[in-house]
Design a protein around this ligand. Structure first.
Ligand code: IVH
Length: 702
């Protein structure tokens, strides 16, 4: 958080500093300096450097030089530009104030036709087929062996040494230009220099999320109640398509480059070409080997089959390429793949182990999931002792029960799977009689199995601990009431102490309840209370989503809230009226009716209403007059609340939210990457910028 605020302050500092009237004045006095001076090159160099530093600072939040150093360079550039007015450039960082680097916000990617189609490789899982492929190649051919990185392919376009586009595979013919996101990868150079750098070329490779970053991301997502990524590849591909460049940078993608394309490229072999790429500054794998015999190739495969488990990144095979580029050309391509390369894919690793016990986990929605507890076994670099068994039907189809030996596998997915029973090592199956439990292991309620569903469910929504906690965690989550500071752990703690029984209890929490907790200081207690107070401004549609009515997700809640603009209206809606709403089918309609029919839910809602939650659309209750008479523009992206929430807060405190900057604007609530036009106008009119934090300070005291 601190970095962010430091940055917002920096925006205003630089905004002030960028007033270049003074500079223009100096220009006139120094017009007669030496025109050919080496300073001209320095100006170009500094502009390039500062543009990069700005980007790293504003967009990536990861500056690589200190503020002092940055300011020194900026001042030097200002001085030099003042001395060489003929080099004036509106794109210079002295004129741009870091604002030319705002991330993509449009929501759409530019589609780009590949200059060379992006092909894939012929695949095999069989070493025998690899050997056959090798035998068919010309005598004495050299083979480059490489790791097959498990990410997604990207084509980096360089023109005159500058990275201009980064295009995803797409459909092989055209892809998305995600260059802004690609620029967040520290190992990808933005500019390269060298005498042998061609005017225009492409570097292709794999974008991936290293294991450590993948695990951290999934942990965060688990804490936030968000769906987990199944593997680093999915995580990398989800990340690359994000519109929020800062979030992309935060997640920490990486890339390995393995293929150069273009005309008049250096080197005669693939290996030398990759060495050249490395010399230019590209990250290529250090594990590339040139092999000359079948045995060498097989030894490489055998070695990496096991050694890859210790790599910090995911790999799923080995790629073999003919080294000589003239030979590559002779061999050519089929319609889909090059004939000069083949991918050997590692089989999913499989182990046999004892199924000790089946335990049952009750999820937040009451679904009971069977879990296999295994005799610990080594699998793809980790020790596996638990695996999901999905549901009753899955267990029956495998014919397994505690005491059996089973096969456990880990493929591309992070969660291990039980794939079968080792018949010869298991007790006889003739009298197979497995039964799913009939009572909930958490609360003892009788489980129900809805027709047509494979899952058994605990129906005791209001009395089953994981379900109660689940409802609360959903309620406070970012997309629902967004109550900062109140996460899963805190809810667990307060639930265990009997301070929270349901979502309405959140609004009864006192400063003492929180401050008396061992792990809280007074500050975090106050933060939670502020978060709770701010949640009173969350609009009706999100309150409705937050209630956690089964199958009423974010979009459905929005549509319902638009049709039923208050809780009163929704509560009395009948089945037909509900079904008339887009996306609401019979099942959802019945769930809504059942929800309001339950006396306990009505009681909770009543208490939430008393606490002051928004149970109707549009009209906002005025909380204070702290912003009375002020016209406020919101610009940029925010970390603590959404724009809608800030809009609501402005109105709730008597202010007016306006969309464009004019001389009547009182101040700008400026987030990350504020629009460059707005910033320019604000500077010109002398309108102050207020950070998110300053704004919250003003509004939460009231
Ligand atoms: S070469 C024309 N080398 O695997 C051939 N690909 O299944 C260009 N991959 O599309 C690809 N590591 O996304 C090559 N060392 C490597 C690779 C690699 C991973 C990916 C790549 C490719 C896919 C084919």
């Amino acid at each position: 958080m601190e970095g962010f605020w430091a940055k917002s302050d920096k925006i205003s500092q630089i905004a002030k500093r960028s007033d270049n009237k003074v500079i223009k004045h100096i220009n006139m006095l120094t017009l007669f300096d030496d025109i050919e001076a080496p300073e001209r090159e320095e100006i170009r160099q500094l502009r390039k450097e500062l543009t990069e530093h700005n980007y790293r600072y504003y967009v990536l939040s990861s500056p690589v030089i200190s503020d002092v150093e940055f300011d020194r360079k900026m001042r030097r550039l200002q001085d030099l530009e003042a001395r060489y007015p003929d080099m004036f450039d509106p794109k210079s960082p002295t004129q741009q104030v870091g604002s030319d680097l705002s991330p993509k916000q449009s929501g759409k990617w530019e589609q780009v036709a590949h200059r060379y189609p992006m092909l894939s490789l012929a695949n095999t899982y069989s070493r025998e087929e690899v050997a056959d492929w090798l035998r068919k190649l010309p005598e004495g051919v050299e083979i480059v062996c490489e790791l097959k990185f498990d990410g997604l392919s990207i084509s980096l376009w360089y023109e005159h040494g500058t990275l201009t586009k980064a295009v995803t595979r797409g459909d092989g013919q055209k892809g998305d230009n995600v260059v802004e996101n690609i620029k967040t990868i520290p190992s990808i150079p933005w500019h390269i220099e060298g005498e042998d750098v061609p005017e225009r070329f492409e570097m292709r490779g794999e974008v991936l999320l290293p294991w450590a970053n993948f695990e951290r991301l999934n942990q965060e997502r688990a804490n936030q109640e968000e769906a987990l990524f199944a593997n680093p590849r999915n995580a990398a591909s989800g990340t690359l398509k994000l519109q929020d460049t800062r979030e992309v940078a935060r997640r920490g993608l990486d890339a390995y480059l393995y293929y150069m394309l273009g005309e008049d490229l250096p080197a005669k072999t693939h290996f030398d070409r990759l060495q050249t790429a490395r010399r230019w500054g590209f990250q290529t794998s250090e594990h590339i080997r040139v092999c000359r015999t079948l045995d060498e190739v097989m030894a490489y495969i055998a070695y990496w089959d096991s050694a890859r488990k210790d790599l910090p990144i995911a790999t799923d095979g080995i790629v073999l390429k003919v080294n000589d580029l003239a030979q590559q050309e002779e061999l050519g391509f089929t319609a889909k793949t090059p004939r000069w390369a083949i991918a050997y894919k590692f089989p999913a690793e499989k182990q046999k182990t004892l199924l000790r016990e089946i335990t049952y986990q009750v999820g937040r929605t009451g679904v009971v999931t069977p879990v296999a507890n295994l005799e610990p076994v080594h699998l793809s670099g980790t020790i596996v002792q638990r695996a999901t068994l999905h549901n009753e039907d899955f267990i029956r189809s495998l014919h397994i029960r505690p005491g059996d030996m089973v096969f456990v596998e880990k493929g591309g997915e992070i969660i291990p799977k039980i794939t079968g029973k080792a018949e010869e090592d298991s007790p006889t199956a003739a009298d197979y009689d497995y039964h799913f439990p009939t009572q909930c292991p958490e609360c003892g309620a009788t489980l129900v199995r809805v027709e047509g569903e494979a899952a058994w469910r605990c129906p005791n929504e209001q009395g089953c601990p994981p379900q109660i906690k689940g409802k609360m965690i959903h309620f406070v989550s970012r997309r629902a009431m967004n109550i900062e500071g109140l996460g899963e752990e805190t809810i667990d703690l307060l639930f265990a102490q009997g301070l929270l029984h349901n979502i309405a209890d959140i609004y009864a929490l006192t400063f003492n309840d929180l401050a008396s907790q061992e792990r809280f200081g007074e500050k975090s207690a106050q933060n939670i209370l502020n978060g709770i107070a701010n949640s009173l401004l969350v609009p009706w549609e999100r309150v409705l989503f937050a209630l956690g009515i089964r199958m009423v997700g974010e979009t459905t809640a929005k549509k319902l809230a638009r049709r039923f603009t208050s809780l009163e209206q929704l509560q009395v809606a009948d089945r037909e009226q509900l079904i008339a709403v887009e996306d609401v089918g019979e099942q959802i309609a019945d769930n809504i009716i059942a929800y309001f029919a339950d006396e306990r839910n009505r009681e909770i809602i009543h208490r939430l209403q008393d606490a002051g939650l928004q149970m109707q659309g549009k009209e906002v209750e005025v909380v204070s007059q702290a912003l009375a008479g002020q016209s406020i523009v919101i610009s940029g992206t925010f970390t603590q609340h959404s724009r809608d929430e800030y809009k609501a807060m402005i109105e709730a405190h008597g202010g007016k939210n306006v969309s464009s900057v004019s001389k009547k604007t009182s101040f700008i609530l400026a987030g990350e990457n504020m629009g460059p036009e707005k910033l320019k106008k604000a500077e010109a009119l002398g309108i102050p910028l207020m950070t998110e934090e300053e704004f919250l300070e003003i509004t939460t005291d009231h």
